[in-house]
Design a protein around this ligand. Sequence first.
Ligand code: ZN
Length: 55
Amino acid sequence: MAQQPPLNPGDEAEPGVPGSGEDLCPDCNGSGKQDGAECKTCGGTGKVIQGIGGG
Ligand SMILES: [Zn+2]
């Protein structure tokens, strides 16, 4: 079984789940950093997984 990476705080759904998709992190606008430090919302990836169509 493949190990899934832990979800970042900004993720709303697990990667690969139908109806979800990547989006730019709203807190760092995709830069992956906040105030020179790693953005905790996206874990420094600059992206979060969001549910689509749920609002
Ligand atoms: Zn971020």
